[in-house]
Design a protein around this ligand. Structure first.
Ligand code: NDP
Length: 497
């Protein structure tokens, strides 16, 4: 097939959204564009389907979700190949991405009942005549809006939590990766053919906006901070709750007692995997003075072996190439040095690995999300300076620490939702750990117990089981009973701690 389009740029033609291979410009596939009416219709279908899906209960949903998990495993190569064609990522990276998606699906399916199921809570003495019950009820329909950089795991994370909690889902994938999104909905329909429990709607940003205003019970958004704010504003119109998974500028700290070679290997992978287009990608390193030189040498040696077109895929979104080039040029103009790559590393549609040192903290390469295979390494006096610099950002998504004696203490001090110690990005692969950021990286959590609760409302129920001894909540209480209540209160809670 010949290249007929600008590589990576989606094309709209006769009501179809055509996505193109970012390396070659070949068509990667096409999906029909949904207008506002179609989005509302999908949500209405999802509302009807939610009644059936909720009725299946935790066990019924678990079986079906695990069937989908197994389908993903059986067809892992097909899905990874599709992500390669549409997003440009190496097939092996696609395989790893599906692996993480399978982990989240499996965990959510198996643990939803324990985390969200009805339970009794312990009686409190002041209302001893009432039993307390707690359960977590689904919202109904959850809208999932996803990005292009990890078109499989980023939607599957919230989809797993939302479906396991008893919601149905309408997914709006990125305009750059709609075919992967449609593949997810189509394969789910193969294992759950009865009702449209997971649907996809397609188009540009306005379709995401329409989903926010369509009557969904909650929106799970993953994408840039700027779009996250627009999504919140659209959801605010109807007080629709949101979870926002936004960008990051994650830092890795290398302490004096770190295994320097392991730190360099993890830094290179954390920064360059998926061509650096990773929300939790390592973009900055702060290495303490005693290990700095060795660390820089090891990173340059390892990153220098990576080749564009093999380990480093193309930049998926063509306009990102200018941002990456601007950041590198700004770093160099402000006094930074390229010890690998540099401004000439940007050769559309690829960017070769670039390692920058002595970059001032004011540079856009340090302050803004670069989303390319670039890494800054900054020498710091000690771990305190490293933590202060790592935290001096509006973002707060993930992070990493290499070291022995103080590594966990340093990890706790990082202002972020997740930190990997002696590894990078590891937390995204554990189904039982929550995932999400602070500050401009967003709020709310997907994955793990918190991620399941994100897609349900806590519901409190009290059941009277005896007559009140101290009737407080009635107009029929007497002054003597009120005195008894005060006495009981003093007895129970009146003593100084
Ligand atoms: P965008 O914010 O550009 O888009 C994200 C999604 O929002 C897309 O589906 C997009 O549709 C849609 N959208 C755009 N405008 C609106 C709107 N006004 N209302 C509703 N939806 C809208 O992000 P990218 O796709 O470029 O993804 C990259 C970003 O995602 C990076 O900042 C990265 O850090 C972040 N990210 C965060 C993750 C996390 O878990 N914290 C994980 C992965 C990525 P369309 O594509 O059609 O414009």
């Amino acid at each position: 097939m010949t290249a007929t389009h600008v590589p990576g740029l989606p094309v709209i033609e006769d009501g179809w959204l055509i996505s193109t291979n970012p390396a070659t410009g070949e068509e990667a596939g096409r999906v029909p564009i949904s207008d506002e009416k179609a989005v509302v219709a999908a949500v209405e279908r999802a509302k009807a389907a939610a009644v059936w899906w909720q009725g299946l209960g935790f066990e019924g949903r678990k079986v079906r979700l695990l069937r989908w998990r197994t389908l993903l495993v059986e067809r892992i190569e097909e899905l990874a190949e599709l992500a390669h064609r549409e997003a440009g990522k190496p097939v092996t990276d696609g395989i790893i991405e599906v692996t993480a998606a399978v982990e989240h699906l499996d965990w959510a399916a198996k643990h939803a009942k324990r985390v969200l199921g009805p339970r009794k809570v312990r009686t409190r003495l002041l209302l001893a005549e009432h039993a307390g019950h707690l359960e977590y009820q689904p919202f109904g329909v959850v809208g999932v809006i996803g990005p292009w950089n990890y078109p499989i795991v980023t939607p599957v994370g919230p989809i797993s939590g939302a479906l396991a909690a008893g919601n149905t889902v309408v997914l709006k994938p990125s305009e750059y990766t709609p075919v992967v999104g449609q593949w997810l909905a189509d394969t789910f329909a193969e294992v759950v053919p009865e009702h449209p429990v997971l649907q996809a709607v397609h188009g540009l940003g306005d379709v995401g906006g329409a989903l926010c205003r369509s009557g969904v019970g909650k929106i799970a958004f993953t994408g840039s901070t700027a779009t996250g704010k627009k999504v919140m504003a659209a959801c605010a119109e109807n007080l629709v709750p949101v979870v926002i998974e936004a960008g990051g500028k994650d830092a890795l700290i290398v302490d004096a007692d770190a295994d320097v070679d392991a730190a360099a290997e993890a830094a290179v992978w954390g920064a360059m995997t998926n061509a650096g287009q990773t929300c939790i990608g390592i973009e900055r390193v702060y290495a303490v003075a005693p290990v700095y030189d060795r660390f820089v040498d090891a990173v340059v040696e390892k990153a220098g072996k990576l080749r564009t077109g093999t380990e480093i895929g193309p930049i998926t979104m063509p306009k990102q190439l200018d941002i990456i080039r601007d950041h590198i040029e700004d770093a160099l103009a402000q006094g930074g040095r390229a010890v690998l790559g540099g401004a000439s590393a940007v050769q559309a549609p690829y960017v070769s690995p670039t390692v920058l040192v002595d970059v001032p903290e004011t540079s856009s390469e340090i302050r803004e999300e670069t989303f390319g295979p670039t890494l800054t390494i900054t020498k710091v006096r000690d771990a305190d300076e490293a933590v202060a610099k790592a935290n001096d950002t509006a973002y707060g998504l993930g992070g990493a620490v290499f070291g022995k004696r103080n590594a966990i203490r340093i990890a706790r001090r990082l202002r972020s939702g997740m930190v990997a110690v002696n590894g990078t990005l590891a937390f995204v692969g554990m189904g039982n750990l929550p995932f999400g950021g602070v500050g401009e990286s967003g709020f709310g959590r997907i994955h793990g117990e918190d991620g399941l609760r994100e897609f349900a409302r806590a519901k409190a129920i009290t059941v009277r089981r005896a007559k009140s001894l101290l009737p407080a909540m009635t107009f029929e209480r007497t002054p003597a009973q009120v005195n008894q209540i005060v006495k009981a209160l003093r007895l129970l809670y009146g003593r100084k701690p």
